[in-house]
Ligand binder design. Structure first.
Ligand code: UT7
Length: 323
């Protein structure tokens, strides 16, 4: 017997405002055609001026709790992945805790940029396996529209806002790769690559800053590192690429998603793709894709999923889990 962190609920929330690529043609030297062919993105959602990351996170969490048939006080901990929290402190997670009406347990944020949800899920799994929590709400929520340089066509057309959430619950498994829940994890970072993707501001430098990216360099690292981390996680679970029902990748660029699947020998009809509708929502992209994938009827109980992401740091990783 072995403790496992099993997904018992999933939900998401997207802000109302949808911005198609054509909107950018009005203010930038760009085209719908370029954005579509270079990134796969067709539209993205942007938060309203008075809507914050913790608002999006709260709605996603409520939807995940509803899906699980649970209420806030059934939850022992909230782990929220974001790089765009409402305030410098307190954490967005504690704001969500209050908004949900959760009067016990604990909540904190995790920051690993676009890989944030993988790191948050790993953290939540560790809390469950170490006996510190029985049920954990794991959220990815972002308002990257707040850190865009709207004059930089190479970045501002790529990102969007949104949130997704999972409820993880401790259940007993057999200790085999047939168990439901998180089976294996691979996390990595390499701070030498800071300059490839960063925000040129922050609390300690006394500004908010804007996202800066050497896109083609990040692209190269992504294709090389994502298939490797996914295969490492699968190998640790005693599985291989042929066992995968769904790759649920971070949704940054359709060409990275296709390149990773090709390297892994997994056909695209076994990859959940939402980048066309959401753009890159950083730490929110994986839980959004899991939620939409379930809604579409793609992801079913018992499916073997490998989820992978890379972003600023660089930080990257993958998780093998059975739904
Ligand atoms: O989630 C975190 C991880 N982030 C990522 O995974 C993003 C990784 N990178 C990418 O997705 C791609 O590198 C981009 C979509 C950002 C760019 O695609 P690319 O094929 O790597 O293009 P590039 O950066 O090499 O740029 C090609 C050309 C450049 O023009 P020149 O120098 O060849 O004349 C750019 O100036 O495309 C130009 N360009 C644009 N043209 C029209 C850059 N942005 C735009 C634009 N519209 N919006």
């Amino acid at each position: 017997m072995a403790g496992r962190s099993v997904v018992v609920g999933v939900g998401h929330y997207l802000p109302k405002r949808v911005v198609p690529n054509a909107e950018f043609e009005k203010t930038l030297d760009t085209t719908d055609e370029w954005i579509r062919t270079r990134s796969g993105i067709e539209r993205r959602h942007f938060a309203a001026d008075d809507e914050t990351t913790s608002d999006l996170a709260t709605f996603a969490a409520q939807n995940a709790l509803k899906d699980a048939g649970l209420v806030a006080d059934d939850i022992d901990a909230i782990v929220l992945a974001t790089s765009t929290a409402d305030l410098t402190f307190p954490s967005a997670a504690t704001m969500v805790q209050a908004r949900l009406g959760m009067t016990r347990g604990f909540a904190f944020d995790v920051q690993a940029v676009c890989a944030g949800f993988v790191f948050a899920l790993s953290n939540a799994n560790a809390l469950i396996l170490s006996g510190q929590a029985e049920r954990v709400l794991v959220i990815g929520a972002e308002t990257f529209s707040r850190i865009m340089d709207w004059t930089d066509r190479s970045t501002c057309v790529l990102f969007g806002d949104g949130a997704g959430a999972l409820v993880l619950e401790r259940q007993e498994g057999e200790g085999t790769s047939q168990d439901r829940g998180i089976l294996a994890i691979d996390l990595n970072s390499d701070g030498r690559y800071k300059d490839l993707l960063y925000v040129d501001g922050g609390v300690s430098t006394q500004s908010t800053g804007h996202l800066r990216m050497q896109g083609n360099q990040v692209f190269r690292h992504a294709v090389e590192k994502l298939s490797k981390t996914a295969e490492t996680a699968l190998d640790r679970a005693g599985l291989n690429n042929d066992d995968v029902d769904w790759i649920v990748p971070h949704q940054a660029n359709i060409r990275i998603i296709q390149g990773t699947a090709k390297k892994m020998g997994v056909p695209m009809d076994r990859v959940v793709v939402t980048v066309q509708d959401h753009g890159n929502t950083s730490a929110a992209s994986i839980p959004l894709a899991l939620s939409v994938g379930k809604e579409r009827g793609q992801i079913k109980p018992g499916d073997l999923i490998v989820t992978e992401a890379i972003g600023g740091g660089l930080a990257w990783g993958a998780i093998a889990l059975r739904w």
